[in-house]
Design a protein around this ligand. Structure first.
Ligand SMILES: [Zn+2]
Length: 252
C-alpha cells in the first residue's frame, strides 16, 4: 500500500501517484467527558478516512481539520471553536483549492454534530457556483453506524449521545489507549421527540457527556467501525463505476 495522506507525501510522490478523489476528515477540539480525549471527533473522522481510503484506488487523504463549531459545548473546559461562518469559509476555500488542482471528487467525513450545518451550507452553496466539484458527506457517522447495527446492540440512547455509549465504543476500537473507562460517566437527557430543542450542553448534562459511556465496549466499537468502513468503501466503488453520476443510464 502506498502512502496516500497528503501531509506525508512529497511533491514527487504526489505527482507520480494518481489521485482523482479526496477525503476530508473534519473534527473538533472540545470536552468529551473525563474519559475521552479532546480530539475524539477529529480522531474518529481521520481513522475512518484513512482506513476507507486505503481500500479504494486513487483516494487522497487530506489533513484533518482539528477545529469545528463547538460553541454549544463551550461551557465545559476547554473548547477551541470556530463560528459557523468561519467554518463555512474554511470549507469553501478547501473546496476551491481542490478544484484549482483538478481534484473533482470529494468525500467529507464529519466527526462532530456542530459541523453539520456548516458543511451543508458550504457544499450546497459551493456546488451551485462550481458544479464540476462533486461533494459527498458522511455527516453523522454515529447515527449511520447506529442504524447499520442490529436493534438492541446499544443499551443507552440507541448508542447516541456526546461521549456516550457509541462514541466511547468507537474510541475503544480505534484508540483504546486514550480512553479512561474508570472515569466514564454520563447522563441521559430528557429530550422531546420530533422537535429539536437547541440546548447548550450544560443544560442537558452536568458531566459533559450524554448517554451512558459505562456501557461502551470495544466489541461494539469494532462493529460500528466495520459497518462504516464497508459502507464508505462500497459507496466510493459504486460512485466510481459511473464517474460519480447520479442519473440512471436510461436517463442519459
Ligand atoms: Zn464527539
Amino acid at each position: 500500500m502506498h502512502e496516500n495522506r497528503l501531509a506525508y507525501l512529497s511533491g514527487y510522490s504526489f505527482k507520480t501517484l494518481r489521485f482523482d478523489k479526496a477525503v476530508l476528515p473534519v473534527g473538533s477540539t472540545e470536552y468529551h467527558g473525563d474519559h475521552l480525549p479532546y480530539g475524539t471527533d477529529a480522531l474518529v473522522a481521520e481513522k475512518l478516512a484513512e482506513e476507507a481510503a486505503g481500500r479504494v484506488e486513487g483516494v487522497l487523504v487530506l489533513p484533518t481539520l482539528p477545529f469545528g463549531m463547538s460553541l454549544h459545548y463551550a461551557s465545559f473546559p476547554i473548547s477551541l471553536t470556530l463560528t459557523t461562518g468561519t467554518l463555512i469559509s474554511v470549507l469553501k476555500e478547501i473546496f476551491s483549492s481542490l478544484l484549482r488542482h483538478g481534484i473533482l471528487k470529494l468525500l467529507v467525513i464529519n466527526g462532530h454534530d456542530g459541523n453539520i450545518a456548516a458543511i451543508e451550507a458550504a457544499s450546497r452553496e459551493f456546488r451551485v457556483e462550481h458544479p464540476e466539484l462533486k461533494i459527498a458527506v458522511l455527516e453523522a457517522w454515529w447515527e449511520t453506524a447506529a442504524r447499520s447495527l442490529p436493534e438492541g446492540t446499544f443499551e443507552a440512547m440507541g448508542g447516541l449521545g456526546h461521549g456516550g455509549e457509541g462514541e466511547t465504543s468507537m474510541m475503544l476500537a480505534l484508540a483504546p489507549e486514550l480512553v479512561d473507562m474508570s472515569r466514564a460517566r454520563g447522563m441521559e437527557p430528557r429530550l422531546p421527540e420530533g422537535v429539536q430543542v437547541k440546548w447548550l450542553f450544560h443544560e442537558i448534562t452536568p458531566y459533559g457527556v450524554t448517554g451512558d459511556p459505562g456501557k461502551a465496549t470495544r466489541e461494539k466499537g469494532v462493529m460500528m467501525r466495520d459497518a462504516l468502513l464497508d459502507l464508505l468503501v462500497s459507496f466510493l466503488k459504486r460512485m466510481d463505476e459511473d464517474d460519480w453520476s447520479l442519473r440512471r443510464a436510461s436517463e442519459g
